[in-house]
Write a protein that binds this ligand. Structure first.
Ligand SMILES: C[S@@+](CC[C@H](N)C(=O)[O-])C[C@H]1O[C@@H](n2cnc3c(N)ncnc32)[C@H](O)[C@@H]1O
Length: 271
């Protein structure tokens, strides 16, 4: 299926953001807000990544697939922390080139492979992985069920998946849905709940953790850090880009406070 205009615009934004995320000022903010410096574009903190490592029961000899891995966060970190082997995939591949350089520099004890691939059409044989992770990826693409199905196919029976996702709350009025949409990542809207989609894809949910309050705190912290680096960020993003970021942070804080948006962590085993 060919991508629509919204998907092409988002892809262009990811390409642009990817190199901006590697600049010293953005890496400094990432360290302060998320506790890492991989040039990440999700909202996954180091604390959450450690939680994911536990939920996935990662360790030496285990093989992890990180989908939408961008420049390697959190897949490379999970490999470094646990010694597991890691396969990173994303589309387009610009982030993966940065991840490859980081993997080489870090020289983790486990193996690392990298493949440009659509999360909904993973190019691996059935049951190739012990574990799968993705960080705020499903809210950045349309084929959510396709990704969950594809993840299930490439995970061995009994294997595990953990992911974070931002979504627009179900059952909102049209006006509130519009407000949530303006504050959310581009494809955060859902028609069915994630537990339903997971069940549909033959995943058994083991953990469902509401991270909305943490995400609200994180967004406030991000906003105040960006305010402290306003000069450098204006140079980086331009006046209009800088203002747009601030406007979005403000809308997001309001939407989170009012329960229009949520961020959740799910863990599941492959049935
Ligand atoms: C919010 S970013 C997260 C990136 C990275 N994991 C991180 O935490 O920084 C979402 C990622 O999903 C990727 N993505 C979007 N659509 C995809 C698809 N259909 N298949 C695989 N990756 C996709 C984007 O390129 C982007 O890197």
């Amino acid at each position: 299926m060919s991508p629509n205009d919204d998907e092409l615009a988002l892809k262009a934004r990811f390409i642009r953001n990817r190199s901006l995320a590697q600049t010293p000022v953005r890496l400094a903010i990432e360290r302060r807000v998320c506790g890492c410096d991989y040039g990440g574009t999700s909202w996954t903190t180091a604390h959450e990544a450690k939680q994911v490592a536990e939920l996935l029961q990662l360790g030496r000899g285990k093989r992890l697939l990180d989908i939408g891995a961008g420049s390697g966060w959190p897949g490379l970190y999970l490999g470094a922390e646990t010694g597991c082997d890691v396969v990173l995939t994303d589309m387009p591949e610009i982030g993966l080139q940065i991840a490859a350089a980081r993997a080489e520099a870090d020289a983790n004890s486990g193996d690392c492979w990298i493949a440009a691939a659509d999360g909904a059409a993973l190019p691996f044989v059935n049951g190739s992985f012990d574990a799968v992770s993705h960080s705020d990826v499903l809210c950045c693409l349309t084929s959510k069920q396709g990704v969950l199905n594809s993840c299930r196919r490439v995970t061995r029976t009994g294997g595990r998946m953990a992911f974070t996702v931002i979504s627009i709350s179900l059952g909102l009025s049209a006006a509130n849905h519009e407000r949530a949409d303006a504050a959310a990542p581009p494809f955060a809207g859902i028609e069915a709940s994630y537990p339903n989609m997971l069940e549909q894809a033959s995943w058994n949910v083991t953990h469902h953790i509401d991270l909305t309050a943490d995400f609200l705190e994180l967004t406030r912290l991000m906003m105040s850090e960006e305010e402290s680096h306003a000069g450098e960020l204006r140079d980086l993003h331009g006046e209009a880009g800088f203002t747009a970021r601030f406007t979005k942070h403000g809308l997001r804080i309001q939407a989170l406070e009012e329960g229009l948006l949520r961020r959740e962590l799910f863990a599941a085993t492959a049935a």
